[in-house]
Design a protein. Structure first.
Lengths: 353, 99
């Protein structure tokens, strides 16, 4: 069975390559659907397959750049990418990411940062999960109120409307973001991208998990446009991250290419599924992914206080990550195939008439 | 509005100022080691070529990586386009709806 293993040229470790393809498919589906790189799933996955942690992060970022490009191409065709917004945000994302990365390297030199970073991550994830589910609950309340009044709620109505407050900031230059349907100060997306980029740099993640909800709740993008535009950002920050990590000798390109073979298929499934699942369906599933991510980080954090239970927590963290990835991937794939089959059936019926 | 910006900037600066302090309080640790020279003895063909490129110049290695990744992405994306069009999935239209 030696043919199932490949020796990685830089790190010198031998890896089970079908595992890389399966991981690529799963993370491709979820990334293409939610508009995120999925570092929280890939990094532990690569670590489980045998990669040292430093290579797991670098290789993940390199494969993320290619995968996001595939998803962005697909979302671009659906009109889900606001390129103007994306380019405005690139400035803040890169400056913020670099500031965060420099800060974390400095922190690495002066002390143990794992605990601080993980707690910061957990606080952020709690905030994001709360935002998503509060938004869903508020929209349902609006639906019930509208139904009680005998009216139908506007299809584009949302629960939380914080973006309306942020749109009151009128610091020039003002920009029209036509695809997103937003008119705001250019400093709003620049500020959002800087802060999300900085957090991403500190946490060592691509940033999609933070940027996607920020685009919805702060900038005011519709869910599909937030997903597409975020993937565009992930692609650019991924390429930048891949360049810096490769230069530092922490990318195993062979593994990244093998993963891309799976991610290419997964990313298409995830991106096309957004065509058949409505905006709030995406938000609810995203909330579940955030909770899964939070649980896995929490399980990594507990052994820092109770070292005896580390083996149990490690196994549980793996089960949680794999369970969430599998459940969400299956849900998205089923929805995609159901939607596509329906569309093809309708087309055939229309041609028959 | 100025007050709001002042508060946001103030909070950001506070986080940036205090985070290193909290980390220092946690104590210990260090950065992961970097592979300076790749071991090419067990490698052959493309893998050996790739490892040699890494050993010769990290800069060239980085440039080639940054070209290869998007190139593969575009190729896979175009291939998938062909397959999906063949199946009959409409890749040009989608209703924008939040419900």
């Amino acid at each position: 069975m030696d043919w199932l293993y490949v020796l990685m040229p830089i790190s010198g470790v031998t890896i089970f390559w079908p595992g890389l393809i399966i991981l690529g498919i799963g993370v491709g589906i979820i990334g293409g659907f939610f508009g995120m790189g999925g570092a929280w799933m890939v990094t532990p996955g690569l670590n489980i397959l045998g990669f040292p942690m430093a290579f797991a992060i670098g290789t993940d970022i390199a494969h993320m750049a290619g995968k996001s490009l595939i998803s962005t191409m697909r979302h671009g065709k659906f009109g889900n990418v606001d390129y103007k917004l994306g380019f405005i945000m690139v400035i803040g994302t890169i400056v913020g990411f670099e500031a965060g990365a420099q800060m974390i390297m400095w922190l690495e030199r002066i002390g143990q940062v794992n605990m601080v970073v993980r707690w910061l991550y957990i606080i952020l994830l709690i905030l994001i999960a709360w935002m998503v589910f509060a938004d869903v609950a508020k929209r349902r309340k609006k639906e019930r109120e509208a139904a009680a009044a005998g009216e139908e709620l506007d299809k584009l109505a949302t629960g939380l409307e914080w973006h309306k407050t942020f749109h009151k900031i009128k610091i020039p230059p003002m920009v029209h973001l036509n695809v997103a349907g937003v008119y705001c100060s250019a400093w709003l997306p620049i500020g959002v991208s800087f802060i999300t980029g900085w957090l991403a740099g500190i946490l060592g993640i691509g940033g999609g998990l933070i940027r996607m909800p920020s685009l919805i709740y702060i900038v005011g993008c519709p869910t599909h446009v937030a997903v597409g535009t975020d993937l565009f950002e992930v692609m650019i920050s991924g390429l930048y991250g891949a360049a810096t990590y490769t230069y530092k000798g922490r990318v195993e390109l062979v593994a990244a290419i093998i993963m891309l073979c799976g991610a290419a298929v997964g990313a298409q499934v995830g991106a096309v599924a957004t065509k058949y699942i409505k905006g709030y369906g995406i938000r609810i599933a995203f909330g579940c992914a955030v909770i899964g991510c939070m649980l896995s980080v929490l399980l990594k954090l507990i052994p820092m206080y109770i070292p005896e239970i580390k083996p149990v927590c490690d196994v549980l963290a793996t089960v949680v990550v794999l369970g969430v990835v599998s459940a969400l991937s299956i849900y998205i794939t089923v929805k995609m195939f159901q939607g596509a089959a329906n569309e093809v059936r309708q087309k055939k019926a229309a041609m028959g008439r | 509005m100025r007050k709001l910006w002042a508060k946001i900037l103030g909070l950001g600066s506070l986080v940036a100022l205090f985070l290193p302090g909290i980390a220092l309080a946690a104590g210990g640790g260090g950065a992961a080691p970097m592979v300076i020279v790749s071991d090419t003895r067990k490698l052959g063909g493309l893998l050996a070529m790739w490892a040699n490129l890494y050993n010769e110049s990290h800069l060239y290695f980085t440039i080639v990586t940054i070209i290869i990744i998007p190139l593969i992405g575009v190729i896979f994306g175009l291939l998938a386009d062909l397959v999906m069009k063949h199946i009959g999935i409409d890749l040009e239209h989608r209703d924008l709806a939040e419900h």
